[in-house]
Structures are given as C-alpha cells and as structure tokens.
Design a protein around this ligand. Structure first.
Ligand SMILES: C[S@@+](CC[C@H](N)C(=O)[O-])C[C@H]1O[C@@H](n2cnc3c(N)ncnc32)[C@H](O)[C@@H]1O
Length: 398
C-alpha cells in the first residue's frame, strides 16, 4: 500500500486526506477493511456489540418499540451499514426471534451494506452458518442467504442498491470509518490538509497544506466557522441525505451510534492497530483509520426531511433502554463467578463515562409524524407531551 501510494504521490502530487483514507481503508486490493477487517478482541479495535450481547439486544428492543409506535407496518427491512463481524445484527435478530409472537404478522428481511469481502464472509458465517449464495450479476445484491432464525439476508456494496420500503437503518461505528477532509485556518485563509511524500525520508508520508484554496475549502467551510481546524465527511453527508429521503418517502427510522461531537471538536483523525493508537501516516492499510463523527453536520444534511434526535451519550441511551434491569436478570441467571465478573466488566466498559459511556453517542432520524402527538394534528394548542421515543430521555428536536 505504501509503495502504491508513494508512486501515486510522486507522479501526481499530494492527495486530500479523504483520498488517502479511502485508499488506506477500502482499496479493493490492499485496503485495511478489504484485507484485514480488524474488528474484535483478536483484531485492532473492539466495539460495543463485540463487548456485550446486551448492547445489540437493547437496540433490537428499540426497533420493535419504534415499529409498534409507528403502527406495526406489515413489512420491515433491517438495513445495517458496515456490519463488521455481523454480531450486532445477530443480537437484534435474536430479540426478533424471542418476540416473534409480536412480529408474527410482519415480513422481516435483513439488508447489509458492506464493501469488505473479508468481513462479508465473516458476517455470512455469523448470521447464516456460511450458507450463502452469490447473487447473479443483474441483481443489486452481491450475496444472499437465510439467517439461522429463518430470515432472508442480502448483501450490497452501496445503500442505493437496497430496495425501497419501510426500513430501519442501523449504523454503528460506520460513519467514523468514512473519509474526511481536513482544513486548517492560516493567515492567508483556509487551507486544506494534504498527504504528500516526505522529500527527506524515502517512502515516508507527511502532512502538507494546500498552497491555495481547494474546491473543498470553498464548499465545506462555513463563513461563520470559529474553529481553527475542521474535519468534514462529505460521504457521511450524502448517506444521511439518502437515509432521510428514504425515511421521508417509505417510513422507518435510522439509529446512528458512534463517537463524535456536535460541531465543536477539531483534530480527531487517528489510527488503531492491535488496540493501540497508531500513527495515521505510518504503514497505511495495516491500521484502522477513524475520525469523530460531527453530528451537527449529519443533522444539517438531513435537510429537514426527517426529525432528528440526539446526540445523547451512550450511557444515557442504554440506561433509558433498561440496561440495569437486563444486567440484574443476567446476573441472577448466571451460576458461576467468572460469568458474573464478565457481565460486570462489560457493563462497566459500555457505561463508564471514562470508557465508552460518554464518548459514544446515539442519534436518530425519524419521520416528522412520529414526533407529533395525535392530539396536536386536530388541536394544535394541545399541551400533551410528545409521544416518547425509547432511549432518548430528552427529546432534542432540532
Ligand atoms: C469500524 S467497523 C464497525 C463494524 C461494526 N458496525 C461494529 O460496530 O462492530 C466499520 C465497518 O464499516 C465497513 N465499511 C467501511 N467503509 C464502508 C463503505 N464505504 N461502505 C460500506 N461499508 C463500509 C467496514 O468494512 C466495517 O464493516
């Protein structure tokens, strides 16, 4: 990967951080996700669904509660973006199975958007036991199978390939893996941060600033910006626009969980390898690269097509979803000390403000009508509260 990038940089000059990140993560031959995958204890980073099954179970309950609040539509597509090892969808499907009497009249299907061949193989094993078939070229899905619980599953490379219909979208640690542009305020105005080859050291990369404004500086920096360093992820913006349009047209909801901020942070670009921080420019393709999600940007890109809720902290969301009660039940049902200790350790990892409790956030897109009390349609002056959305304690309707 480094040799490939060095050749490219020598031939055509510096590239944007977004171009660098895209190559390093999803280059079809050498990209980190394409070849390595990296999710899980034996990989480079651990995610909440890999820490505890309770996480995915509570998300499964969130979807069922929203499906009921929206009048129990007769079909439901669960669409996960960037499903990693498939663990989160597996946990959601287990809840769907346990509540099959509630869902009995609903036609459920699963749609996974995944670019990594290596991870889609792992997902197929997790979810179907490996019983999948490649799809013929003329179908939009590249692979299909049946889950261990009997639900049809389809794999796609792009959200646009997922069929239209009432859908619940799920994006856990997905948006942080999408390529960002980075900008630096200078005395001469905004400049884009680029990646170049270091002329002093062979095959070493370095950051440089664009000598003048780039198309991205013109398009992505707002005149009222007060920070000196800004990261923007246009690909995340495009995907949120698509999700919002689909939800507006066909109904459903999107739940996004990720580390992030509300338009306040500056330089958050970092790498992980073997669970340690890793220099983002060193050995590209061998480490996960990531940047905090700017939820204020996602909210803006929904363009008012849907209502947005959050971001709220993971520990608040999970508490509102009843994680404490679930932990008590699991502790009561587990006979051995080792399992009980493991349950308490994983609870602490998810909920402790110093660990994942505060830095991870939940954010949702919902149809506007979901947040309008039925009374208000006829009596706009009605003071009755909005119908609650599970997980979101305070409704931050923006
Ligand atoms: C950080 S991992 C998160 C995995 C999983 N959601 C979890 O939390 O354990 C990012 C996931 O997004 C996938 N991914 C990255 N870029 C993508 C893209 N442009 N389109 C679809 N999937 C992508 C990766 O292959 C991987 O499955």
């Amino acid at each position: 990967m480094l040799r490939h990038l060095a050749r490219k940089l020598r031939a055509s000059g510096p590239v944007t951080v977004a171009e660098y990140m895209r190559e390093a993560l999803t280059n079809p031959g050498q990209g980190y996700y394409t070849r390595r995958g990296g999710v899980g204890e034996s990989g480079d980073f651990i995610t909440s669904p890999e820490i505890s099954q309770v996480f995915g179970e509570l998300i499964g309950i969130w979807y069922i509660s929203e499906w009921m609040a929206m009048g129990k539509p007769s079909t439901l597509q669960l669409v996960e973006l960037g499903p990693g090892r498939g663990t989160l969808t597996e946990d959601v499907l287990r809840v769907f199975k346990q509540l099959s009497s509630v869902l009995s009249k609903c036609d459920v299907s699963v749609h996974l958007v995944e670019v990594s061949p290596k991870l889609s193989e792992i997902q197929a094993v997790t979810l179907t036991g490996g019983k999948v078939q490649p799809s013929p070229e003329d179908e939009s899905a590249y692979m299909k199978g049946i889950s261990k619980t009997g639900i049809p599953i389809f794999w796609y490379r792009d959200i646009q390939d997922v069929p239209a219909g009432y859908s619940f979208y799920l994006a856990h640690e997905f948006f942080d893996a999408l390529p960002i542009h980075k900008f630096q305020r200078t005395e001469k105005g905004w400049r884009e941060v680029l990646v170049d080859i270091d002329p002093q050291v062979p095959d070493q990369l370095r950051f440089v600033l664009s000598p003048s404004r780039t198309p991205a500086t013109q398009n992505f920096i707002q005149p009222e910006e007060t920070r000196d360093h800004v990261e923007v992820c246009p690909e995340a913006g495009v995907i949120v626009q698509r999700l919002a349009s689909r939800i507006e047209k066909d109904g459903g909801a999107a739940l996004v969980a990720d580390y992030g901020h509300d338009g306040t942070k500056t330089d958050t670009f970092r790498g992980f390898r073997n669970h340690q921080l890793h220099d983002v420019l060193s050995a590209p393709g061998t480490a996960d690269l990531t940047a905090d999600v700017d939820f204020s940007y996602l909210r803006k890109m929904a363009q008012g097509k849907t209502a947005t809720l959050g971001p709220i902290k993971q520990r608040e969301f999970l508490k509102n979803m009843g994680i404490d009660l679930r932990l008590q039940v699991l502790l009561q049902n587990s006979g051995d000390t080792a399992t009980r200790e493991q349950l308490l350790r994983s609870y602490d990892m998810l909920m402790n403000p110093e660990k994942m409790g505060d830095c991870f956030n939940f954010f949702a897109l919902l149809p506007h009508h979901r947040l309008v009390h039925p009374d208000k349609k006829d009596k706009p002056e009605s003071k009755s509260p909005l119908p609650p959305v599970a997980g979101f304690n305070e409704l931050l309707l923006k």
